[in-house]
Ligand binder design. Structure first.
Ligand SMILES: C[S@@+](CC[C@H](N)C(=O)[O-])C[C@H]1O[C@@H](n2cnc3c(N)ncnc32)[C@H](O)[C@@H]1O
Length: 412
């Protein structure tokens, strides 16, 4: 939801500065700055809040600071009025399908003040943030639980004339959810942030006067460009009046003057991109795959869930390919796959005990059939293609030909 009136926003936007200054006092310890950090800001806006609130917290050794916004007019205004020659600017929709390649794995820290509530696909945005971060990089985001104009847009979405402009698409993404907090947390986790903290910060903001209030709501009214020009004046009046008597904004009279208040709850979220590595050993086929498969074909044993004991790709012509496809599809792009063929020797009764101990279906076999089941199972395991039985020094040695996959994968 791009905002397109940078001059008006610059003139009337005191609310994000006042609240950000307050929040940074409480939460700046979460920033854990890296040395010579590369920093990205999303939804930078026209730059006023950055300069007045956040700039004082920037360490002096920052390597680069890239300020971005979805809105071309916002970022052009910010670039033109910037007083810091080392800052870079760029247009970036943080919820885009694909972020520019030059941003991938580049930043140590990403900040976004008052942005995420304007993003309709938060999960996609979090995925992009993860991809843009370097390993061990962090995000720091502040956003409304409900935008102060949500109620007005909700009313208009039910209005016969205005509903055709889809006001609901300009509201905060989880306005209709019983628990926005849970939705945000789910998005963070599903996007791949396993380490995060989400705080709630509530307060009441007092607007300077009615003019500031009106201009602020005008400059943040992202639905306006979708309303036909000849209807805008009428829409604006209805919209503005509706924002003034909602549950988030209210008016009080003080010394014969109207005072405008905004009642807000915000989230302050931090998350870290963690380094994760898995190391797995997987048998291509287990000792019990073949006997379980054979027993499944005997009508008497068909209905005891024996299939649950068979390894997932026993019936595949190429189990390795299946495991690799799984790795890839769950997001592991960096992995190594090794194969090791060998023979494992069991001594004495060890083999029989072992195969029974890994047969997770045993509890499903009725007591009166259990001994019979064990006897058939024992015979079948010993007759397996990969099983060889020999006598050595008076002892029975049972050996099993195995193929072991070893996987080392990195999450990145
Ligand atoms: C309320 S303003 C906040 C600006 C500034 N961060 C501040 O605190 O004053 C929200 C900004 O986020 C931008 N924005 C909205 N959706 C965005 C998206 N998907 N990606 C990047 N920026 C977005 C808007 O264009 C607008 O400039």
């Amino acid at each position: 939801m791009a905002m397109v009136l940078p001059e008006l926003f610059a003139k009337s936007n005191r609310i994000t500065t006042v609240i950000t200054q307050k929040q940074l006092k409480t939460y700046n310890h979460l920033m854990k700055w890296k040395k010579n950090a590369s920093v990205l800001e999303i939804g930078h806006g026209e730059g006023g809040n950055f300069l007045k609130s956040f700039y004082p917290y920037l360490p002096s050794d920052v390597k680069e600071y890239v300020a971005t916004d979805i809105s071309e007019s916002m970022i052009n205004y910010a670039r033109k009025n910037s007083v810091l020659p080392w800052m870079e600017f760029g247009q970036l929709d943080i919820a885009a399908e694909q972020v520019p390649l030059e941003y991938l794995n580049r930043f140590d820290h990403i900040f976004g003040f008052f942005v995420m509530h304007m993003v309709r696909q938060p999960r996609q945005a979090f995925k992009n943030l993860l991809n843009i971060l370097k390993e061990d990089g962090t995000i720091f985001l502040t956003f409304f639980k409900y935008i102060p104009f949500d109620v007005a847009l909700d009313r208009l979405s039910k209005h016969p004339e205005w509903k055709q402009y889809n006001p609901e698409n300009f509201m905060s993404p989880y306005y209709y959810s019983p628990s926005p907090r849970e939705e945000w947390e789910r998005d963070l986790v599903k996007a791949g942030f396993q380490v995060y903290e989400l705080f709630e910060d509530s307060g009441i903001y007092e607007h300077v006067d009615e003019n500031e209030y009106d201009n602020l709501f005008h400059s943040t009214c992202t639905i306006m460009p979708s309303i036909p020009e000849n209807k805008r004046k009428r829409f604006w009046k209805i919209y503005l009046d509706s924002t003034k008597n909602g549950i988030y904004n209210y008016v009080q009279i003080r010394d014969d003057r109207k005072i405008f208040f905004t009642n807000y709850t915000m989230f302050v979220a931090t998350a870290r991109k963690i380094f994760a590595e898995v190391f797995l050993n997987i048998l291509e086929h287990t000792t019990i795959d073949e006997p379980m498969d054979k027993m499944l074909k005997i009508p008497e044993w068909k209905n005891f869930g024996l299939e649950n004991s068979i390894s997932p790709y026993y019936y595949s012509p190429n189990p390795r390919q299946e495991w690799e496809r799984n790795l890839y599809e769950t997001g592991f792009r960096n992995y190594e796959f090794f194969e090791d063929n060998g023979v494992y020797e069991f001594e004495d009764e060890e083999f029989d005990k072992f195969v029974l101990s890994v047969s997770v279906v045993l509890p499903t076999i009725p007591d009166h059939k259990l001994e019979y089941f064990k006897q058939i199972f024992r015979e079948l395991t010993r007759k397996g293609e990969k099983v060889h039985i020999q006598q050595r020094n008076g002892k029975e040695i049972v050996s099993f030909d195995y193929k072991l996959f070893t996987i080392s994968a990195r999450k990145s």
